[in-house]
Design a protein around this ligand. Structure first.
Ligand code: FES
Ligand code: FES
Length: 162
C-alpha cells in the first residue's frame, strides 16, 4: 500500500494498515502539524486534506487510503519559502493564539477556498464549524479566511486565462 504525502510517495508497512492516518502521520512520518485534540472526531484539530477534501485524520484508517493524496500543514508551504497567503492572513489578522487548532483550521479553510474562492462570512463560518478553537473567539479566524480569499479568487482568474 502507498500514499502520496505532501507530494512524496510513501509506502505503508503491512503492520501499520490499521493505524489511523493521524497516528501514522505523527508517529511514523514525524509530521506533527496535525494535532490529536479529542481523538474521536469532535474538534477538527487533526484535519488534513485527502484527495482535495478536508478529512479528520483521527477517524480515518490507513487501510482505506491506498493511492490517496494527502496534504498536511507541512506541505502547504516549504520552510524555505514565504508563508502561504492563507497562513500569512492568519498571522496578520491575529487568528492564532496557542496555535493548537491552527493547522486544522488552515487546511479546512484551504480546501474550502479552493472550492469557493469568493465566500461570504456565513459560508466561512459554516465551512469551519467542524473545527473548534478555544482561544480566538472565531472572528479573527473568519477575518483571516475572508482576507485570504482574494488570493484564491485571483488564482482562479489566472487559471481561466491560461
Ligand atoms: S483529534 Fe480528530 S477531531 Fe479531534
Ligand atoms: S488558537 Fe488556541 S485553540 Fe485555536
Amino acid at each position: 500500500m502507498k500514499l502520496t504525502v505532501n507530494g512524496a510517495t510513501t509506502a505503508i508497512a503491512a503492520g501499520d494498515k490499521n493505524l489511523t492516518l493521524l497516528e501514522w502521520l505523527r508517529e511514523r512520518l514525524d509530521l506533527t502539524g496535525a494535532k490529536d485534540g479529542c481523538g474521536v472526531g469532535r474538534c477538527g484539530a487533526c484535519t488534513v486534506i485527502v484527495d482535495g477534501k478536508a478529512t479528520l485524520a483521527c477517524k480515518t484508517i490507513l487501510a482505506n487510503l491506498n493511492g490517496a493524496r494527502v496534504l498536511t500543514i507541512e506541505g502547504l508551504s516549504a520552510p524555505s519559502e514565504p508563508l502561504h497567503p492563507l497562513q500569512q492572513a492568519f498571522v496578520d489578522k491575529g487568528a492564532i493564539q496557542c496555535g493548537f487548532c491552527t493547522p486544522g483550521m488552515v487546511l479546512r479553510s484551504h480546501a474550502f477556498l479552493l472550492a469557493h474562492p469568493r465566500p461570504d462570512r456565513d459560508g466561512i463560518r459554516r465551512a469551519l464549524s467542524p473545527n473548534l478553537c478555544r482561544c480566538t473567539g472565531y472572528q479573527q479566524i473568519i477575518d483571516a479566511v475572508e482576507a485570504a480569499s482574494a488570493a484564491y479568487a485571483g488564482q482562479r482568474e489566472q487559471e481561466k486565462t491560461t
